[in-house]
Design a protein around this ligand. Sequence first.
Ligand SMILES: Nc1ncnc2c1ncn2[C@@H]1O[C@H](COP(=O)(O)OP(=O)(O)OP(=O)(O)O)[C@@H](O)[C@H]1O
Ligand SMILES: [Mg+2]
Length: 193
Amino acid sequence: MSNIFEADDSSTPLSEEEKPDLKQKWITTREELNEFEAKGIFEAQVWLLTHKANILNTRFLQKLHKKMFANVWKWAGKFRVTEKNIGIAPYLISSELKNLYDDVAYWIENKTYKPYEIALRFHHKLVHIHPFPNGNGRISRIMADLIMKRLNEKEFDWGEGSLIEISKLRKNYINALRKAASGDYSELLEFIN
Ligand SMILES: Nc1ncnc2c1ncn2[C@@H]1O[C@H](COP(=O)(O)OP(=O)(O)OP(=O)(O)O)[C@@H](O)[C@H]1O
Ligand SMILES: [Mg+2]
């Protein structure tokens, strides 16, 4: 059993300012947190089934994060204001997200990459920016799936459950993300295929 405020597996530890904002005070272990968060994420996914408006803007990202995590965190839907071991400086989040959304619109319009590569590049850049204090991995995987869906492609198979838990699969996924940071997307492409 691991404590929710320790990061031992490439998840981002919560900082002191973020801790009091846990709405469910009884939660102490990562397993309890994951399980409780999964409820909100499931409800968000049900909402997504009927959501037809544009998904490629920061407003939608914040709305989706709020839907996913509002039952657990007071800062759901709000951007990070603290530094993390992953992610860019907090004050750059808004402008970098804007660049990313401009890029992805351009890639789609000009067919710069194949649809799955567009979705994966978006996924990687979004976890790299790390807009929120927590939930970045999960929201970025959902966003990649949404992009695939909007491009009329099959959603990815992330092996979701075991990606959240500490596992070999997660280790491979994080290693593939690390490689993507140097511009080599081959392992990440292999990972979802
Ligand atoms: N070295 C890295 N480079 C890029 N991205 C990384 C790296 N390490 C972790 N990540 C990403 O950050 C995520 C963890 O961030 P965070 O804890 O905010 O998200 P999460 O949704 O709570 O995590 P998860 O669902 O993966 O447990 C990982 O799932 C992965 O997508
Ligand atoms: Mg996390």
